[in-house]
Design a protein around this ligand. Structure first.
Ligand SMILES: *Cc1c(COP(=O)(O)O)cnc(C)c1O
Length: 396
């Protein structure tokens, strides 16, 4: 791991966790599609179960060479000490909640969390005596005010979905740690290419690798990366027994996708920033929210905390929901679909789609207004994207 600390981010993305296969020299990590692994002897089996250095793989839910390579890659990219690959992003979210929260515990969260990440805290975890408070984490004082002696976890998204509000990770980590709580950041929107929460004070970082990391809208996958060995041990035990682990073929697909993360993100966020400038000046657009626009209320924090604004933005079309719907229904190039971080541009309406499960009053309180349109910009030619939006906006 040490070698990588001096290398640039693109180099780390391409090489971390990727090495020629020791058995065959294959340059692409082979898909070890096997559920179980033969021991050389009873002693070797015993050493494997003890986790000795001369032990080997046992059973794919407990560890697998293809999956391990991807875990190593993410641990290096997020500057953590270990990582756990999960079947989906939600398996990663639930691994963190389940491993770290016990009866009587309390968690403080960003109010506009990814829909299901909030929903499970409202509908499932209360059955186990776990309480959650949702705050606007764009103001660190709101997090401080929500902390109680029972708070064990502060769970953040920055940039948040779909409001693009940021959370000041350094300030909030200091607050959480003063109260003895851990900090977990869902870093899906920024990706490790643009933001490294563990360096800013977080204890855990997680990803839906379905999005930018895989980048091709063809896999669902998640990952949790932890800052220290004790947390790794604590989560790994739960992860293996809970069973939301990854499949080797899935790991290989994500490895194939991640190699171009930097290239894709550079291109997509360049498109996104240009489109943000275009929309901001457009007479049919009411407002645009993107972290690297000077008009973003937390522009200074964005420049401090992120190496780029990412490739997701939200905006309101004048005329509210009806106008927004008309826009989405008449675009040719932008695909009307949820998800983000793919090579192609996707557009969606959170209030009726991804965030429809949140009660209307809570949705409004979280600034997910009915006119909000979310666009996840892809890697197409910029001129074609602008032309697609301009053509439809002219008819509204
Ligand atoms: C998509 C997403 C998730 C959930 O990931 P899945 O792979 O769909 O389970 C969690 N957090 C954020 C921010 C997401 O965008």
């Amino acid at each position: 791991m040490h070698d990588f600390e001096k290398k640039g981010c693109q180099t780390r993305i391409i090489h971390a966790g990727h090495r020629p296969d020791p058995a065959t020299g294959a340059v692409s990590t082979p898909i070890y599609q096997s559920s179980t692994f033969a021991f050389k002897s009873a002693d070797h089996g015993a050493a494997s179960f003890r986790g000795d250095p001369d032990g080997g793989f046992i059973y794919t839910r407990l560890g697998n060479p293809t999956i391990m390579a991807l875990e190593e890659s993410l641990a290096i990219l997020e500057k953590g000490c270990g990582a756990m690959a999960c079947a989906t992003g939600m398996a990663a979210v639930n691994l963190v909640y389940y491993a770290l929260l016990s009866q009587g515990d309390h968690v403080v969260c960003t109010e506009s969390l990814y829909g299901p990440s909030r929903m499970v805290l409202e509908t499932e975890y209360p059955r186990f005596g776990i309480a959650a408070t949702f705050v606007d984490s764009a103001d660190a004082h709101n997090v401080a005010a929500a902390m109680t002696p029972a708070t064990k976890l502060v769970y953040l998204e920055t940039p948040a979905n779909p409001t693009l509000k940021l959370a000041d990770l350094t300030a909030i980590a200091a607050i959480a740690h003063r109260h003895g709580a851990l900090v977990c950041v869902d870093n899906t929107f920024a990706s490790p290419y643009l933001q490294n929460p563990l360096e800013l004070g977080a204890d855990l970082v997680l990803h839906s690798m379905t999005k930018f990391i895989n980048g091709h809208s063809d896999v669902v996958a998640g990952m949790v990366v932890v800052k220290d060995r004790d947390l790794h041990k604590r989560l790994l035990k739960v992860h293996r027994n809970l069973g939301g682990t990854m499949d080797p073929h899935q790991a290989w697909l994500v490895q194939r996708g991640i190699k171009t993360l930097g290239l894709r993100m550079d291109r997509a966020q360049d498109n996104c920033l240009k489109l943000a400038h275009f929309l901001e000046k457009h007479p049919k657009i009411a407002w645009v929210r993107y972290p690297f626009l000077a008009s973003h209320p937390q522009y200074d924090l964005a420049r401090r905390q992120m190496r780029g604004g990412g490739a997701v933005m939200s905006f309101g079309v004048k005329g509210g929901l009806a106008a927004g719907k008309k826009l989405m229904d008449n675009l040719d190039l932008c695909t009307l679909a949820v998800s983000l971080g793919g090579i192609e541009t996707l557009i969606e309406h959170p209030a009726s789609m991804t965030h429809a499960g949140i009660p209307e009053a809570d949705r409004r309180a979280a600034a997910i207004t009915d006119d909000l349109v979310r666009i996840a910009v892809g890697c197409e030619d910029y001129a074609d994207l602008e032309a697609d939006l301009a053509r439809v906006l002219a008819t509204i």
